[in-house]
Design a protein around this ligand. Sequence first.
Ligand code: BGC
Length: 754
Amino acid sequence: MSGKVFGVVVLGFLAVAAGAQTSAQQRPWMNTSLSPDARADLVQAQMSRDEEFILIDGYFGMPYQAANRPLLSAELKAQMPLSAGLVPGIPRLGIPPLTESDASLGVANGGNMRPGDTATALPSSLLTAASFNPQTAFAGGAMIAKEARAKGYNVLLAGGTNLAREPRGGRTFEYSGEDPLLAGIMVGESIRGIQSQYVISTAKHFALNDQETARTVMSTNIADADARESDLLAFEIALERGDPGAIMCSYNRVNNNYACEDHYLLSEILKGDWGYRGFVMSDWGAVHSTVPAALNGLDQESSNGSDRLDYFGPPLKEAVAKGQVPEARLRNMVHRILRSMFAKGLFDHAVVKAPIDADGDLAVAQSAAEDGIVLLKNDKAILPLTAVKRQKIALIGGYADLGVPSGGGSSQVLGIGHTKAMEVPIGGGTRVIAGETWQLPRDIVVLHASAPLAEIHRLAPQAAVTYAAGDDIAAAVALAKKSDIAIVFAHQHMREGVDVIDLVLPGNQDDLIAAVAAANPHTIVVLETGGPVTMPWLDKVDGVVEAWYSGNRGGAAIARILFGDVNPSGRLPVTFPIAESQLPHPIITGQRPDGRIIATNGTPTVYDVIYNEGSKVGYRWFEEQKLPPLFAFGYGLSYTSFAYEGLKVTGGATLSFGFDVRNTGARQGKTVAQIYVKPPYGETRLVGFSKVDLAPGEVKHVTLSADPRLLAMFDGDANIWRVAEGDYQVRLGDSSTDRAATATAHVNAGTIRP
Ligand code: BGC
């Protein structure tokens, strides 16, 4: 495609979009009573071969000019979305362009700062997962999609479904935790929310891209059955719930094949077993071939500027001409893209640029934060801080005077309001290992303009609130000593592309907390972390709040939880280990002691990440290895208390559960009832959860039933789920280790086709 033609295509589309409606007679595919497949067929029948090629070969969205790429006109460059990607439309037929933005946490604008361009930043996806509340995930997705449309985007690169198998993974904050049911439901709901606004959402990164170290070269090696019962199950559930228009295949290899050209993953599992009818788009730079990628299931090269070659450009034309890629396969690629565009409403609901509803959207971000912040420790009922409203409060560290931190990478949102950025170490300055000093990488952290200091002032105007930065431990201790209460904000930075080397709070923060706690017996720690961290000072402090990356109104949410305006109800979506030695991989494969990638002489085996733990991710691993975690998956406290009563379990083809939840305390609160099942063979799994909101003394009845796949083992040889006959142990409680009520029930043998 020449730059000139490309330029004309996009300009032409705008002209048509602005012009009069074309009649349904001329464009029969605009008949909304037809199925998306029928509509796709009708429009595709009118497309030339060259036009078909336009839809399968996307551009990096930045004004971009690489030496071996088609020349882009100046006008076109000016129109390229300052975001992730663009697939030009075909105005002659009314096919809109695909305008793509990253969107894990909001409409991403971090890499492409356009003056004045802000968007509402949701809390991290991990925080949303910690809400254990599907409605919160849906509301966040819908909010992002509304803003996306107002900014001119119709495809959101959202739906991060990778499991937090590696809690040091640099994108743990972009994902939804370690459990396939929780991640599948929360991501599926977020996708549903996005697509409720006539915007295509992806689910990404398919699959097993669970660490950032060596992500473009590693091979994650795992037995089929184990993958099906863990990482792939999360995708399967997310797809069933959310039906995303696109799936983004990942950078890594899986059992040695690049994910974007893996027949087993893309064609046999995704499009075969799961019957997926949308399209597979590549991650940015994840394509490595033309013929294998096309034949094995990739439908669209997302960003020809990021790949080594424009694989789905001239090389694919040649391969189709030579018969190396059948024409039917090309037609199917295009059909899938068009089908999703019809199914998700892109033809019928053109995006219209408009101002965003900042107040409404910020309220969504704040209520998500309030739903997912987790109270981890509350000795002597130090929280809520109702009694100290008139006292002297020391706030220490974590930029609490400026805002709340966010995670870095392509998902970065520069939030509404004044956002500050500052440089921080990833993982903590320096590390001395075997006598050698390693300098850890540094990064820019973006602070959202919701400062805990200002918000605490607002809620406790008569208290004397004083801030100390925390880098000077002596100064912080002096302040803590003369205060009635000390609140230390501790920060761990995470970003895409680099894993943290360990779970230790970076820099001097562990020493800072211990010193402040020694100086003031009423010390509370507010953690602002991407994922789990270790807490050597835990016994010395009275309160710990895990606030994650809390988004555009994070400071307000934290303050309201500290002062009891909101009763905390988040639960951990990841296990917090006591130390990295408890993890299946005490050291991240491929990582140097400074957090960067091990240099090799070209031997890919250095980057073989071997998942010997199989499907035993997170709490499953801890239970099986009899390891006591620091805080268990599912754990979190409330300012009230709850009781579970009358658990009844019915067996048969699957398990069904009924029980009452009672608020036994004196104030309103929400709890997350969780059911775990241990099959006669295999490890314990979360099979159901329900977030229940109760007034003091109120009782609600909850019923749940287990998806039989969560009771089953996957039989890779027969490609079927098998439920074993036998007695299944059931436990109901507040976390993966709680046994508030237990039962045993008999399940019949059965099979489930994937
Ligand atoms: C990330 C994707 C992202 C894409 C486009 C890649 O580096 O892995 O998650 O959607 O860039 O920005």
